[in-house]
Design a protein around this ligand. Structure first.
Ligand SMILES: [Zn+2]
Length: 335
């Protein structure tokens, strides 16, 4: 079994990347796009392995020296650059990170057939960094293969996109995640059912959550906080805003969880089979019956807007207050 066969989903992308090697039409640069945690980096690493595997068949074998070193991130000819994360959760690829990678790629390969440079989350490159990298992309040294990953190709400079073969991947369907969790990661069936739904197409999240119970607990805490806010009066809501504004590093994850919850409320009537928070169904159904559709939609949109604002330098406390004023009121269970 080759490492390609272990990739869950993304059949088209695997076929394209494996086919490029098989037909000896390897491009100099690839751009793998898709949402967070769907498997972009796994594809990039597997491609790097396939390019350098020493086995005679079923490449990449996953067990030869090249495959093992690449999987462990210790191959001398395969470099990976990842963004730095600021306290506010903002990710940045800086110009000196690009220059450092360029220097490594300029050196002759020590043992690889193809030197490989992987840059993850290229969306996080500022214009200077992207431009600095452009030269390498235009004239990659020797048999170098560059692999970039990004959430969306649209956010990148045209000059970057046009020099890459774009491999777009999509969220993995829930049943496929569920099956993979059971067969590959030996997760119990009912747990796999829940995690596959909560994953919302992100296999990486589901696997992490199956191994680290704090991820599930964090989500429960995030939803319980949302309920606290929804059942508070204005004074209470502003207190929450003030407190949360002091923990900006947690907001991105928090708001994304809330977003799935509001999204579920919107979907509830017509597409209830697509719910993410399946363990919240009863609460969601009750709220859907008491709230107006436009209140729900406004809360969804405002949460989305705040996520967008987080990336820019907004006053977080004010933005949170705005959001909490948009939220409808939830009656307490005993009211
Ligand atoms: Zn190998």
């Amino acid at each position: 079994m080759s490492e390609w066969q272990k990739i869950v989903g993304h059949a088209w992308a695997v076929e394209m990347l494996a086919g490029a090697i098989q037909h000896e039409r390897i491009g100099h640069a690839y751009l793998i796009t898709g949402p967070a945690q769907v498997g972009k980096t796994t594809l990039a690493i597997t491609f790097a392995m396939a390019l350098n595997c020493e086995s005679d068949d079923a490449r990449p074998c996953g067990t030869c020296r090249a495959c093992t070193l690449i999987a462990a991130g210790r191959h001398p000819d395969v470099s990976m650059v990842e963004p730095m994360i600021s306290k506010r959760g903002k990710k940045t690829l800086k110009i000196d990170m690009m220059r450092d990678l360029q220097r490594k790629l300029q050196l002759a390969a020590i043992e690889a057939r193809h030197k490989v440079g992987i840059i993850t989350e290229f969306d996080a490159a500022n214009t200077n960094a992207a431009n600095a990298f452009l030269k390498t992309l235009e004239e990659p040294p020797g048999d170098t293969v560059l692999i970039l990953t990004a959430t969306e190709a649209d956010g990148l400079l045209d000059t970057i996109k046009s020099r890459c073969r774009v491999v777009g991947i999509r969220p993995i369907p829930t049943p496929q995640i569920q099956q993979a969790l059971v067969t590959r990661w030996h997760v119990a069936a009912d747990q796999a059912h829940l995690l596959a739904h909560l994953a919302n197409g992100r296999l990486g999240w589901a696997v992490n959550a199956s191994q680290d119970p704090t991820l599930i607990q964090t989500r429960l805490d995030q939803l319980s906080l949302l309920r606290d806010i929804l059942s508070s009066n204005i004074v209470g809501r502003f207190k929450h805003a003030d407190k949360l504004a002091k923990q900006p590093d947690q907001l991105f994850d928090l708001l994304n969880t809330w977003l799935t919850w509001w999204r579920d409320l919107v979907l509830l009537t017509h597409q209830s089979d697509r719910l993410i928070n399946i363990d919240e169904r009863t609460v969601l159904e009750q709220l859907k019956a008491t709230w107006e559709d436009d209140e729900i939609l406004a809360s969804l949109n405002q949460t989305k807007a705040l996520l967008w604002q987080l990336e820019r330098n907004v006053n977080i406390r004010l933005a949170l207050e705005n959001l909490f004023l948009t939220f409808p009121k939830m009656a307490m269970a005993n009211e």
